[in-house]
Design a protein around this ligand. Structure first.
Ligand SMILES: *Cc1c(COP(=O)(O)O)cnc(C)c1O
Length: 379
């Protein structure tokens, strides 16, 4: 089955009680047992809930995985992956990382004795140099946030496999429409479903998908044991969002290209980060592992002055200044003071998150209006 058909149908059965074609919102905490232990597969909604289960099967299918698990947020999903580790274990992570991911690594799990190495993964040699018998997890975010570095998932999975280390990929920016990390050898795919999967900026949620039954068992043990699950209403909203994921992603990619075409020749713009640009340093890998180049674009201003960037933010009329990304509406974000404020300045600047960097989540409005908005804001 092709992507759009799977997005709309996979894992979903008409409701057995009523025939409802859309998965109902099973807003219930518990399920009746006709005699002790005689139930229909559901006992208590932390452990499993029919609306959430439908979503979990659907996400697993579009990621070409077998098992899905949904959580109360993307960070709750990451929390679950890290709880598979033990004190003394080590993690190697991309340096150019979502700020909240950096924070949960450093400020939560480091105090439980897990050690994190943050490195550039543009080539595999950096990872090989740090790998040792304590390494248990490689964490990859690609495209990365906000400078859109692309990491070769297949090359990483080779190293992970030959060293018996788990490889997890944060696929939030790309979505399974553009890339399916499990097909490239990753063990776990993670999403902030808050972003493109939900797609309408109306829900906070996270998901994990894997193929391996042993990993799935661990995930379900922690999902139920720690209890950071999402509710039935939110599950319904994300299921509904996924049905148009392929349509939205096509528009996001098309509009991002239009925005990049405008920005790249603008006299006030310095760098433009978008993996679809042939001049992007990882363009070749992007072309190899992604179907298109996504809706996230970052750029910096000539001179790199904070005041100039703030003026641009103030002047936007269609772009809204806000955290988050992946919704139908266009958003603009000042990474250094918003999403990446938790990362120390030197670390930030090392990966190119400088004072004037503006990150755009290009929405699915009409491209002409988005370009016009950028034009007047840069003036
Ligand atoms: C938003 C985001 C997260 C965290 O997800 P929440 O749903 O906000 O908890 C993780 N990774 C990336 C790339 C994100 O954009």
């Amino acid at each position: 089955m092709k992507f759009g058909t799977k997005a709309i149908h996979a894992g979903l059965e008409p409701d057995s009680a009523t025939g409802a074609i859309m998965t109902p919102i099973y807003q219930t905490s518990t399920f009746i047992q006709h005699g002790v232990g005689n139930h229909k597969g559901f006992e208590y909604s932390r452990a499993s809930n029919p609306t959430r289960s439908a979503l979990e099967s659907n996400v697993a299918a579009i990621e070409n995985g077998k098992f899905g698990a949904a959580f109360g947020s993307g960070l709750a999903a990451i929390d679950c992956v890290l709880k598979m580790l033990k004190p003394g274990d080590e993690v190697i992570s991309t340096i150019d990382l979502y700020g909240g991911t950096y924070r949960i690594f450093k400020s939560i799990f480091e105090q439980y004795g897990i050690k994190f190495h943050f490195i550039s993964m543009e080539n595999t040699s950096g990872v090989e140099a740090i790998l040792n018998e304590k390494t248990k997890l490689i964490w990859v975010e690609t495209p990365s946030n906000p400078t859109m570095q692309i990491i070769d998932i297949k090359a990483m999975s080779k190293i992970a496999k030959s060293n018996n280390v788990m490889l997890a990929v944060d696929n939030t920016f790309a979505t399974p429409y553009l890339q399916t990390p499990l097909d490239l050898g990753a063990d776990i795919v993670m999403h902030s479903a808050t972003k493109y999967l939900g797609g309408h900026s109306d829900v906070v949620m996270g998901v994990l998908v894997c193929k391996d039954e042993k990993i799935a068992k661990e995930i379900y043990r922690i999902q139920n044991g720690s209890g950071a699950v999402c509710g039935p209403m939110d599950s319904f909203l994300v299921l509904r969002g996924i049905k148009t994921l392929h349509l939205r992603m096509r528009e996001h990619c098309k509009n991002a290209k239009a925005v990049v075409d405008f920005l790249k020749d603008h006299p006030k713009v310095d760098k433009v980060y978008w993996p679809g640009l042939p001049s992007h340093k990882n363009h070749k890998i992007a072309k190899k592992q992604m179907k298109d180049f996504g809706g996230m674009v970052s750029f910096t201003l000539k001179g790199d002055h904070l005041e100039d960037a703030l003026k641009v933010f103030k002047s936007f009329k269609v772009f809204s200044v806000a955290e988050s990304l992946g919704g139908v509406e266009s958003l603009a974000n000042h990474s250094a003071s918003m999403t990446h404020a938790t990362i120390p300045k030197e670390e930030r600047e090392k990966v190119g998150i400088t004072e004037s960097l503006i990150r755009l989540s290009v929405g699915i409005e009409d491209a002409e209006d988005l370009v016009e908005d950028l034009k007047q804001a840069l003036k």
